[in-house]
Design a binder for this molecule. Structure first.
Ligand code: SF4
Length: 429
């Protein structure tokens, strides 16, 4: 990661599709539940989806141009509520506007029970070459507890179709999301989940801890004492089991929540974690093409008005290369430390503009904040690189990051303020 990379022209785009059948009990994303029968083409919800897609196309049309894209990620929400034709026209539009580089990684998030095998073929025909499947659990009881729309037989079918397409060479890769530490889960139940996932031959897994977000059904149940969350020791044992089981199966944990067989890491997600820029389109989507983040309005009405306004006054200043701004150093450390390779602290702080005396002084102070994390083996140093150990460091990453934030907040204002972008090195490719 470096400041220089931050100012290379973005080669990645994220498109947000905010619609879902229903809101899952743990989810606090800005989604629009359209009902169990919703579809992008006809029937319930189709008018909302089609009108949103028109606005999304308008936003792409007014974006500043850039070099051909190397990664595209269509996420949500539930993008598989859209038909292959709707997905194809979004990809075509990106292609006309930016160009799509040969070998571009095109990922579509899909939910079981929202697409058929024919739809899957259609998405592949539209150019999608990587799928991210929101499975969450192979157990019907857990899926019902999570408020999910699908059941395990839908997930097993979806995995079979995806694996078939991958083996045929029509897909570069596919990924499965699972949630660990569900209420009532024990080691045996979680072992079964991991075994069920490995049985599908999936080459990439994203494993998330259940977190209770304000305003969700789960948070309400927790307040009423109706949710028995796992105690800390059991949650830690489950997390260690995940790491050991997947390591034994040949997976590398290349980011706190992500495991891949060789050659299957997500190139798009690595863009976010590397500090490089990306375009973002859609309601609630975040973009950061030149270092400054822009979060679009989270409601349909506000997003549509925002796009109309941009059409009149021109794109937001954060979308123009002349306004490049380095991502805050603490944020760069935060995203960099999530990855297995960690951060090159010398290089990072040099790009931030600290001279050798400042680097020596401030980094000594960071070492003090991190003293106990190093002593306990949660953090490791390899030359100038600092990284979380696996599994222990990655499991308690929050604590290491909190210590880093305390250090950041202890620094003088001049040290934490962003260097003047005009004097920063900038590489436009
Ligand atoms: S399908 Fe995903 S985005 Fe939609 S409500 Fe459920 S968890 Fe949230």
């Amino acid at each position: 990661m470096s400041g220089i990379d931050t100012f290379a022209s973005p080669r990645s785009a994220y498109l947000h599709i905010p619609f879902c059948h229903r809101r899952c009990f743990y989810c606090d994303f800005a989604v629009i539940p359209l009902g169990d029968k919703a579809s992008g083409v006809k029937g319930p919800g189709s008018f909302s989806i089609q009108s949103y897609l028109k606005t999304l196309h308008r936003e792409i049309a007014i974006s500043p141009k850039g070099p051909p894209l190397a990664t595209v990620y269509i996420g949500g929400g539930t993008p598989s509520l859209l038909s292959p034709h709707q997905i194809s026209s979004l990809i075509e539009h990106l292609g006309q506007h930016f160009g799509i580089q040969d070998g571009c990684e095109l990922t579509l998030e899909i939910d079981p029970a929202t697409f058929s095998q024919d739809d899957l073929e259609g998405y592949v025909g539209a150019g999608i070459n990587r799928f991210s499947l929101g499975g969450q659990s192979f157990e019907d009881r857990a899926l019902a507890q999570l408020g999910r729309f699908h059941r395990s037989h839908h997930l097993i079918d979806a995995c079979r179709w995806l694996n078939h397409s991958y083996k045929d060479g029509r897909l570069k890769s596919w990924s499965l999301d699972l949630i660990q530490n569900l209420p009532g889960q024990d080691l045996a139940a979680w072992r079964n989940q991991l075994q069920a996932a490995l049985k599908t031959s999936v080459p990439h897994l994203s494993i998330y801890d259940l977190s209770i977000e304000p305003g969700t059904v789960f948070s309400w149940r927790q307040k009423r004492g109706e949710l028995s969350l796992l105690n800390h020791d059991l949650a830690a044992e489950i997390a260690l089991m995940t790491s050991a089981t997947l390591r034994d199966a040949g997976f590398a944990r290349y980011e706190i929540s992500n495991y891949a067989l060789p050659g299957h890491t997500s190139r798009h997600n690595r863009v976010y974690w590397s500090g490089a820029g990306w375009w973002g389109f859609g309601q609630g989507a975040t973009s950061s093409p030149w270092g400054q983040r822009l979060v679009r309005p989270r409601t349909s009405k506000a997003y549509s008005s925002w796009v109309a306004e941009q059409e009149i006054i021109g794109p937001d200043s954060s979308l123009k290369p002349g306004n490049a701004k380095l991502m805050a150093l603490d944020e760069q450390l935060m995203v960099g430390l999530r990855c297995r390779e960690g951060v090159d602290i010398e290089r990072l702080t040099r790009s931030w503009g600290w001279n050798s005396r400042e680097r020596e002084h401030y980094l000594k102070s960071l070492d003090l904040y991190w003293l106990s994390s190093f002593k306990r083996g949660w953090l490791k140093r390899c030359g100038n690189r600092i990284m979380l150990s696996e599994p222990n460091g990655m499991e308690i990453s929050n604590q290491v990051l909190i210590e880093m934030i305390r250090w950041w907040e202890s620094l003088p204002a001049a040290a934490v303020s962003s260097p003047n972008s005009e004097v920063l090195p900038r590489k436009v490719v």
